[in-house]
Design a protein around this ligand. Sequence first.
Ligand code: KIV
Length: 274
Amino acid sequence: MAKKTKPDTPAASNRRLTISAFAKMKKNGQKITMLTAYDFTMARLLDQSGVDILLVGDSLAMVVQGHDNTLPVTLDEMIYHAEMVGRAAKRSFVVVDLPFPINHQGVHQTVMAAGRILKETRCQAVKLEGGADQANVIAALVTAGIPVVAHVGLRPQTVHAMGGYKIQRDLEELVIDAKAAQDAGAFAVVVECVPAAMSKALTEQLAIPTIGIGAGPDCDGQVLVCNDMLGINGDYVPSFVKAYADLGNTIEAAAKQWCEEVRKVEFPDADHSF
Ligand code: KIV
């Protein structure tokens, strides 16, 4: 009988990934892949396609709920979506965003909110926007056994304070934030909208993996909003997004054809009737 051998890389494993996989991947120079997911069907497909991390991003406020920014989504709504994604994931590690402004309501409130996410959703970690200013919150979550991904550079939850979504160019601030998050116990850091040279310098200085979005090729991993990369968003797509499919037009064309066939009584035909 053939002897079962262990897969030699986390990326080749069929088991649910754990945080230790990502440290190993950084050490071995293997890129980490992260995509957002908001429901069971999409999460199942992305999990089967081998995406390492599914992020139940608060971008669901924009992508799923149709708001202008990420601020309106509530903790209960995040949990509703995270539960579906957590149930679909067989191999992918699942991270859930803490919605605005939970991690600014004090350590106790944040631990209670993140605790609810882990208890109610089968997801394994939370992400929060912030670095040095959130170090005490990150440390408290990690002490409670809750793995944390920090999010530095452009922080979409501060859109009003920033006066819009802007490329972040302060390397010193970026390094201070990411190092503070690392020292507080975060196991990875999302780096959003910074020049490629800056995220390269940051990645070289950190022991934990950087996962970039609009941050060039030298981060330890990449993340995109799945609807953007699948071509099912509205007219605005950020310039750093590459569309790998045109599902928006495919869906519209399929629905249009179905309407036409129904109206002409071509559907259902004999093959699709009892
Ligand atoms: O909410 C989200 O989708 C995110 C990604 C853009 C990283 O935070």
